[in-house]
Write a protein that binds this ligand. Sequence first.
Ligand code: DGJ
Length: 735
Amino acid sequence: MITIDESRGVFLLSTNSTSYAFRLVEGAIPAHIHWGRRLGAATALAIPDSSRRSFSVQSPVRGGLVDLNACPVEYGYAGSGDFRTPAWEATDAEGYPILEAWYEGHSVSQGKPELDGLPSVRPAAGGEAETLEIVLRDAPSGLAIHLYYTVFPAFDVITRSAVFVNSGKAPIVLSRAASLCVDLPNIGFDMVSLYGAWGREAHISRHPVTFGAHSIGSRRGTSSHHANPFLALAEPSANEHHGEVRAAALVYSGNFLAQVERSSDDQVRLLLGINPDTFSWLLAPGERFATPEALLVYSDCGFNGMSQRFHAIMRERLMRSRFRDQPRPILVNNWEATHFSFTHESLLPIVDAAAGMGIELFVLDDGWFGARDDDRTSLGDWSENLRKLPRGVEGLAAEVARRRLRFGLWFEPEMVSPDSELFRAHPDWCLHIPGREKPIGRNQLVLDFSRPEVCEEIVRRVCAVLDSAPIAYVKWDMNRYLTHVASPSLPPERRGETAHRYVLGLYRVMEEITSRHPDILFAGCSGGGGRFDAGILSYMPQIWGSDNTDAVDRLRIQYGLSLVYPISAIEAHVTAVPNHQVGRVTPFATRGAVAMSGNFGFELDLTQLGEEERRMATEFIVFYKEHRELIQYGVFWRLESPFDGSGSKVAWMFTDKRAERALLFSFEILNVANRQPRFLPLAGLGPDTLYRIEGAEEEFTGAELMSRGLCLPVPKGDFTSFYCVLGAVGRTGKA
Ligand code: DGJ
């Protein structure tokens, strides 16, 4: 709901339980007043008057004077008295900075406009969202900035983005264009973000916001393993279940910056958007530039409340795939089983074993094309290797279908090997700077997706394979970061656009391929979770969580990813031990429980399983099929964090929307001698509902389970797991 008090210039945006408000200062500058609990009306929303402070700079604004540095602005600009990091920066044709853009008008519309060439949340038909557009303008240069705020009341989410339009007569250069800027009074926030590296993605970082600027971001061309485009400001006492959290996630897969800046005036500015370090954009007269979209969530019930809101909007309104609401298939992928050495014949026993166990999809990973027997060759040559697959992809897919499994195939469309037919034909199609030696990563180069002809050829090649065989699933991998990002195909004054144009090209390619093949389930991957972001999820409703498949490490990775991303999106596989990445030996039961906590599959040679393991794997499959809707589409609750205390205890659970069924997983990494049984408080249950654990006799009330907790079995050994299903069997008579 959007309420506007025209006389006072106050804009109040409310979802079912949150509000966001700002007002115009001097009729010119939108200034932030509230982001938090729902307000009935925007009544006493005053901006502090700081105009008489010593050493402050007073900027003339439409007849008044404003200390911009103290003003909590909605979209800050530099050079006129606000000395904090600005949201946007631009220069005119003379090289002068454009110093301001003031309110010109606003409008409210039903629904939500599309963002040019960028993925974004889409409302369902029927008026579930409303958009406020604020137009700011700098009259001398003709630069207009359109700020968009879309309110999704039922999701408790507000989205923000900005569109820059050059309505003047001379070119303008944008060097910074954030998606979100919000100035909050400092109430002593903690900054919460996700950091990592290959094999260690999405670890939670939490620290107090001290004076100065604290940022995370990427300059690697992708959102990266190292930081995730998400940031939360939490009150220090906030935990999974209680406390205030304000958070934003960016729907973008390239270089980003998420920054919190605490000024000496004790204001906190949150910025999120494209990383300005690797960005510039020339706006010719009449042209427009759209920033990616930021999703804003406020929760007064801790991090679980925050995550549940992100999960719902991403699952129900961001993902475009028709699979977004469908039970996702249990798959077996051959990568850790065979790496590059396989043939049609050698794969069939794995497919046979998978069929016998009830697995639904077989995925052929890297190595099926060109002359690829290792990672030094053939990326870009997307036609089957007939030595390994004498009957082609189609012949293998047919054999898989005969065994009643669907067939999936791996691609790495953005890459080219120097040793490939594609590179020999088009040596200039990779990112490069003429005359300079090209950095190499995993023996490969990145195709210049800022060039439309490169994108078109890749769409053609990938679609030719997809059209040639019954392919039900595609794993879209991406195995190196971008370097020499300055496309020779662009004029010199536009070379700084390459990084963002690459992402726009990628989105065009993904849009084209996924919309031409709506019946294929697409899965993202970038050496595991190197591009696990809301931009990719828009096209591909699931992503490989990490190349690290060790059950213990996966607890941390999956826990961290769940802060922002829905469980249906997080692919998790049971693999062999000693684990390929860390050498750890964990029990098969625990590997199963960790993988079943996500979008479940296997990645090992199923023919090598012992009898007991095969029996357990088959049990997992039966169990997962029975409960996958609860796991993939239920409400997710984190209970015990691997990032707290010794990190040895981890627990999470799923409830259905009516809290009639729940599924609990708990893990204990290292055992302790002489242990008492312990109680784990659960969450999300009906307090007056009576629950019974499947397979047990005893009944518990929801209130009891949520306050005293469920008594867990004492672990016998390290790396143990426990899971159980709770079903409602009645209600307690209230006293
Ligand atoms: C990296 C991926 O994350 C792996 O799962 C696998 O597909 C390899 N690439 C194949 O090269």
